[in-house]
Write a protein that binds this ligand. Sequence first.
Ligand code: PBG
Length: 332
Amino acid sequence: MSYPTVRNRRLRRTSALRSLVRETVLSANDFIYPIFVTFGHNIKEEIPSMPGVYHLSMDRLEEEIRDVIAAGIQSVLLFGIPEHKDAIGASAYDANGIVQQAIRAVKEWAPELVVIADTCLCQFTDHGHCGIVHVHEATGTAEVDNDSSLDLLVQTAISQAQAGADIIAPSNMMDGFVLAIRDGLDEAGFSDIPILSYSVKYASAFYGPFRDAAHSAPQFGDRKTYQMDPANVREALREAESDVAEGADMLMVKPALAYLDVIKLLKEQFDLPVAAYNVSAEYSMVKAAAANGWIDERAVVLETLTGMKRAGADLIITYHAKDAARWLKGEE
Ligand code: PBG
């Protein structure tokens, strides 16, 4: 007689049994919620490609912060849309820049909320690149210059720490940015402020909606000389290794869904917390399919976030954070 000798289904028989043997459990503590802040008054404007995500002016930010806290989330990642852009992104490191103002306000309303500042120049430069652009005289080609960009990044990080940021998250992918920022923060008296490095950031098509939202698309060329080739994973190890050596406190992989293998690898290879960035187009695709009635949004979101955590993410930056936190609490 032939019958199964192994019965894996025994542990799946009831909901209680399944929860008893569940290996990965999502929690609102895992989530970081990104917020876009803009100048102006009484602005709460939905980003067309990101339903449920808004541009908020400072006077509408407090209600958003209250909502984030009510959902049970303890951390936000702030992005700013400046009034003026120039070649050197001067408003990125202005003490009264949009991000600096927002950090100060949020820390005043909610001192316990962990405020993370994205440290980059692309929202603030008129050319939309993440560093200073130099034009080669001989060839006429434009290049993003690594070393001269570092100084501006350091100034940006210090101004964000001075405003009260709890974590600095440099995202511009210049070589040496973690070391430069660590030294700069230490010298400015912020040796206790951790760096969450966008260590492994791919040159991805999944940032499209974000660039619409942050008005940060490059005006010429692309980001492929500083962001990574999606085909590479050994290079991801080199990026993470140098960040660890330079003093990063946490490592990030971005985007998340197409790079779960990279999340797993970093988790296995390093002892630092690993963050996954569930980026804008990953959000937009779910929203679009759900709006068409093609998928069950709640189930799909919780399944994908669980997948990121199962792959090794200790933290997940996601635009779904508020919804997911409420679903986990059993609220609609
Ligand atoms: C800034 C930055 C980007 C994102 C986060 N920080 C855009 C980019 O690199 O072009 C994308 C986030 C998302 O798509 O949700 N460098």
